[in-house]
Design a protein around this ligand. Structure first.
Ligand SMILES: Cc1cc2nc3c(=O)[nH]c(=O)nc-3n(C[C@H](O)[C@H](O)[C@H](O)COP(=O)(O)OP(=O)(O)OC[C@H]3O[C@@H](n4cnc5c(N)ncnc54)[C@H](O)[C@@H]3O)c2cc1C
Length: 374
């Protein structure tokens, strides 16, 4: 396969074997802590941090993350989410101090510290610059007030990267903070969404953190958020590819065994056309993700910002294609595809969020169009 080098293929094989060895128990495990320790046990979380902090490679490689999210998306959305959050919730400290990296990355990479990335607020979703949470400097501390919503791992995480306003400028007035979950003033309450996703709301009331919790300089928040999302956006597409591939596997198994009008559905040409379209959509999505990842890995760090359009194309196409593929898989299963414990029914509810989080499909289109039009 183009795009991947031997080390990525080797990781793919060993991760696949480690997950297969856990059998059905892995897919049926719904306890986030237990799933996180399974991911750690399989060594997968090490792909989220650099070797200096116990990671897999000298620098994080997007192709590793893509390969792993394709595998995880195929097996367990919960595991995929937890894996993604270890990366998304720890990567911001790559913009911070050595002490912050030492404090977070080893624990993120071996699963001791569950991570979260908290930017969204009731009035700041797609428009991050509308953030209202405030961080006021008081001597050697910052005091934070505000509310965050739709935060993956809220209430479960050990560490949060919280984004808050330290200045009035809509974009340059934002800063990021690394905060321990047990600090007084930080409370969480769960939210229940469609699909299996540990998520909740955070309230910050007189949350006092030492000034050295700030990641980077005051005003670096937007750069840190966008730099982190820029890396992980492609991996959302990869997770969608994994989920779509699973839907295709399930659809193939069903149409081979289900007999109607005297022959298996697989022998009906209309079914064959559907299977062909599903296969092509998955392949196109997979190639866009791999292409984006390969290019990112080849870039010097300082030009990573130019990666936005490729990441946006990969996320947009892969998540929308996966939605179509999974919908088709449900159709091929007929009524049995809607039964609660059917894998395709589960995928149908779980794929929806991927077109919304880490930038909606519309926002990805805006990124693509802006790069195109200049
Ligand atoms: C499962 C899940 C997990 C999440 N995890 C996290 C997390 O861990 N941390 C975190 O900080 N956030 C998280 N989020 C929040 C997520 O990032 C936001 O939901 C997302 O950015 C969209 O914001 P919104 O929901 O407020 O929608 P809105 O911004 O209100 O958008 C509503 C609609 O308007 C469209 N729209 C908005 N602006 C424009 C425009 N300029 N042009 C055209 N259309 C536009 C959008 O595309 C969308 O269709 C999560 C969300 C979900 C669903």
């Amino acid at each position: 396969m183009a795009h991947l080098e031997d080390r990525h293929r080797q990781l793919e094989r060993s991760a696949d074997a480690a997950l297969a060895a856990m059998g059905d128990a892995f897919e049926r495990d719904h306890d986030p802590r237990s799933v996180l320790s399974r991911l750690a046990q399989a060594g997968l979380l090490r792909a989220c941090v650099p070797a200096a902090f116990g990671g897999l490679r000298p620098a994080i490689e997007l192709r590793d993350l893509v390969v792993l999210r394709m595998l995880l998306g195929r097996r367990s959305s919960l595991a995929d989410t937890l894996f993604a959050m270890q990366g998304l919730g720890s990567h911001p400290v790559m913009f911070g101090s050595e002490a912050q990296r030492q404090a977070l990355l080893p624990g993120a990479g071996d699963g001791r510290l569950m991570c979260a990335f908290a930017i969204t607020e009731p009035d700041a979703g797609s428009d991050v610059s509308a953030l209202r949470t405030r961080a006021e400097r008081r001597g050697d501390d910052y005091v934070l007030h505000g509310e965050k919503v739709f935060i993956s791992n809220a209430g479960l995480a050990d560490r949060y990267v919280l984004f808050a306003r330290t200045g009035e400028d809509r974009k340059r007035g934002l800063s990021a903070f690394l905060v321990e979950a047990d600090r007084p003033g930080l409370t969480a309450e769960p939210m229940r969404l469609l699909g299996e996703h540990p998520i909740g709301r955070l309230r910050l009331a007189n949350l006092t953190v030492p000034a050295h919790s700030r990641i980077g300089e005051e005003g670096d928040g937007m750069r840190i958020a966008l730099g982190t999302l820029d890396l992980f956006r492609t991996t959302v597409g990869a997770a969608a590819v994994g989920m779509a591939q699973r839907a295709l596997d399930e659809a193939k198994a069903r149409v081979r065994s289900r007999v109607q009008f005297g022959k298996p559905l697989a022998a009906q040409q209309a079914t064959q056309l559907a299977i062909a379209d599903m296969r092509v959509e998955i392949e196109a999505a997979r190639l866009l993700c791999l292409e984006a990842a390969e290019r990112y890995d080849a870039m010097p760090t300082e030009t990573a910002g130019t990666h936005g359009q490729r990441a946006a194309m990969a996320k947009l196409f892969a998540t929308e294609a996966a939605q179509r593929v999974i919908d088709r898989a449900v159709q091929l299963w007929g009524g049995a595809g809607l039964v609660e414990d059917a894998v395709v029914a589960r995928l149908y509810t779980e794929i929806r969020a991927l077109r919304i989080y880490e930038g909606t499909s519309e926002i990805q289109r805006l990124v693509i169009a802006r790069a195109e039009l200049g």
